[in-house]
Design a protein around this ligand. Structure first.
Ligand code: NCD
Length: 297
């Protein structure tokens, strides 16, 4: 972690991840952030991330200021990102930021006088989603090591995948299968830094019976430079009941949400469907993170 900001999932070490998981699971401090102000600067759409950060901050006793779309800020009048960040950092004690540009959170942290948490920057990273994901796995399996993971979908443009891979790399997964159509494979710049054992495959059927965790992502349509390229891959994978029934008992299907059509809704009733529980765990782990950064320990 640089200056207590959190820009990339690779900035946290294994000990810090595990500290946050333990804190999140037994959080019992009463309003430790009373009097603090958390600024939520969301220049891109969000439902869960925005609302779970807002809920987490309020449960800790902090107040929240912010916006949920660029259209409602002076950026719509031509103000640049730097000026918006400077202003916000003089109002809030911490900034949680989401932006469509890769590197926006890092840029913001170089200008802000308060910590910045990256809540998603373009196709780059979403480190607090990785915290939610690993925390959910830790709650279910009691740890992260030794499991077989299958990351399925748009591995090229999905920032949650990048952050999850960088976070998993701090642990010892038995194997990570990267499952995607050839056009949507994980970018080389991410792969070349990983130490974990991974294998790229193109069809989930090849590995489904081995998986403890299947992590599905939607196709990130808004990040495709060309709509035609999106059309070529848009229906290239789908997790339905047949796929899930080939998974081991006790395994889980995860998804950062929102889902479009990549998981059939009939899967929701399967005991392996874990994505709504995963979304619900976001509040307590974000509470642990905010308290860790702002609580002065
Ligand atoms: C993700 C994101 O914004 O990257 N959403 C989220 O925060 N849960 C995933 C996505 O949009 O596909």
């Amino acid at each position: 972690m640089v200056g207590r900001s959190l820009i990339s999932a690779s900035e946290l070490g294994r000990d810090q991840y595990e500290y946050l998981f333990r804190e999140a699971s037994k959080f019992n401090k009463s309003r430790p952030l009373l009097g603090k102000i958390v600024g939520l600067a969301f220049f891109e759409p969000s439902t869960r991330t925005y609302l779970s950060f807002e809920t987490a901050a309020k449960r800790l006793g902090a107040s929240v200021i912010g916006f949920q779309s660029e259209a409602s800020t002076s950026v719509a009048k031509g103000e640049n990102l730097g000026d918006t960040v400077r202003m916000l950092s003089s109002y809030a004690d911490l900034i949680v930021m989401r932006h469509k540009f890769d590197g926006a959170a890092k840029f913001a942290s170089s200008l802000a006088t308060v910590p910045v948490i990256n809540a998603g920057d373009g196709k780059h990273e979403h480190p607090t989603q990785a915290l939610v994901d690993l925390y959910s796995i830790w709650k279910k399996f009691g740890g992260i090591d030794g499991l077989v993971y299958g990351l399925l979908g748009d591995l090229k443009y999905s920032r949650t995948i990048n952050s999850l891979l960088r976070a998993l790399d701090k642990f010892q997964p038995k194997k990570v299968y990267l499952i995607s159509p050839p056009q949507l494979r994980t970018r080389q710049e991410i792969l070349e830094k990983l130490k974990l054992p991974y294998e790229e495959v193109s069809k989930v059927d090849e590995v489904v019976g081995e998986l403890d965790v299947m992590y599905v992502t939607r196709i990130q349509r808004e990040r495709f430079p060309d709509e035609f390229e999106y059309m070529k891959v848009r229906d290239s994978y789908r997790v339905d009941q047949r796929v899930v029934q080939s998974m081991k008992e006790g395994s889980v299907v995860m998804h950062p949400l929102p889902r479009v059509n990549e998981i059939d809704r009939r899967v929701d009733g399967d005991p392996r469907a874990y994505y709504f529980k995963q979304a619900s765990l976001a509040v307590e782990i974000r509470m642990a993170l905010l308290d860790w950064i702002l609580g002065g320990q």
